[in-house]
Design a protein around this ligand. Structure first.
Ligand code: ADP
Length: 324
């Protein structure tokens, strides 16, 4: 009987548990033995491995984070660390590995697969939605919904005091979270890593908002926005240039990673988890599961890279129109 192991690695994301559940249950359905590995690649090196049956994953589809724990493993970046990981897999007679994580985890998976010719399949789990080969990653939908709920609350207090809020959201390299949550929450301006539209434009837009009688303004800023200023520097820049504005800053931070996954993420994770197991059964390896136009698909791990949003320009144009 084939033995499959599953782990979660890198930054955690809501919906990872739903994916773990789907992998474990699909294994049970197809009469495969399933093993769960704790703490990502580090757990693999430390032989932190348990056998899991279908009941082991009861009541986790609705839970944020990952019950398997996630970790960043510097040992796995060394060949001696990866050798230990390989030895533990063979010791447990595990024949293939499902890695749920982001692009960093897939880099590790690709290297490991090449070194030991060990079958690996990836499932994209990251709130950043910045991986090629899939339109959506698990956790992204939950994160943007968390962000709009928080911005809605901040908007209430902003309106009551005629304030301008700069809200920093996650996204060091990609502006997906900022763009989508910004449009969803009706932000006046959105600053992202992919495009610098200039501080002058920001000032002009805020001046216009003031003139047209807006009671509040919200500027959503991705962590890695391209203006070269962080959210606090941006706020003091605007305060200096537009002294009439009362400016406040809110950094959302790790709350964006947590919480119960949305229905979208639960369904996506369930589909991807089952597809991963079925793909391994069909003999596929060194691929990542993705979704495009609602169809599941596989992309070779070596073609999977970190990507930026292709829809930036269009969504930024939308903000300009809607924030009038
Ligand atoms: P994410 O998967 O969320 O992008 P990381 O970039 O932290 O997160 O990667 C997760 C883990 O994957 C790392 O801690 C490391 O163990 C492994 N990894 C990443 N890149 C490599 C690499 N080039 N070689 C070996 N392992 C890697």
């Amino acid at each position: 009987m084939k033995r499959i192991a599953v782990l979660t690695s890198g930054g955690d994301a809501p919906g990872m548990n739903a994916a773990v559940r789907a992998v474990v249950r699909a294994c049970a359905f197809y009469n495969l033995e399933c093993f769960i590995i704790y703490k990502g690649y580090q757990g693999l090196i430390e032989n932190s491995i348990d056998k899991a049956n279908a009941r082991r994953v009861n009541n986790i589809i609705n839970k944020g984070g990952t019950i398997l724990k996630s970790a960043r493993s510097s040992d796995f970046r060394t060949s001696s660390g990866r050798k230990k990981a390989y030895n533990n897999l063979t010791k447990n007679k595990i024949k293939s590995l499902v890695v749920i994580g982001g692009d960093g985890s897939f880099n590790g998976a690709r290297i490991f697969q090449k070194e030991f010719n060990f079958p690996v399949i990836g499932i994209p789990g990251t709130i950043d939605n910045d991986i090629s080969g899939t339109q959506y990653t698990i956790g992204y939908d939950t994160a943007i919904n968390t962000v709009i709920q928080v911005i809605d609350k901040i908007r209430d207090t902003a309106i009551s005091h005629n304030r301008l809020f700069f809200i920093e959201v996650m996204g060091r390299d990609a502006g997906h979270i900022a763009l989508h949550s910004g449009i969803g929450a009706g932000a006046e301006e959105i600053l992202i890593p992919e495009e610098d539209r200039g501080l002058k434009k920001l000032l002009n837009s805020l001046k216009k908002s003031e003139k047209t009688g807006k009671a509040s303004s919200i500027v959503v800023v991705a962590e890695g926005d391209k203006t070269g200023k962080n959210v606090f520097e941006l706020a003091s820049y605007v305060e200096k240039n537009l002294p009439d504005y009362e400016v406040r800053v809110s950094v959302l931070g790790h709350m964006q990673r947590g919480g119960a996954p949305t229905c979208f993420d639960r369904v996506l994770a369930s589909r991807m988890g089952v597809f991963a197991v079925e793909s391994l059964i069909a003999g596929k390896s060194s691929v990542m599961v993705g979704i495009e136009n609602n169809q599941l698909k596989l992309t070779p791990l070596e073609n999977v890279t970190k990507i930026k949003s292709a829809t930036n320009k269009d969504l930024l144009r939308l903000t300009d129109i809607l924030s009038i």
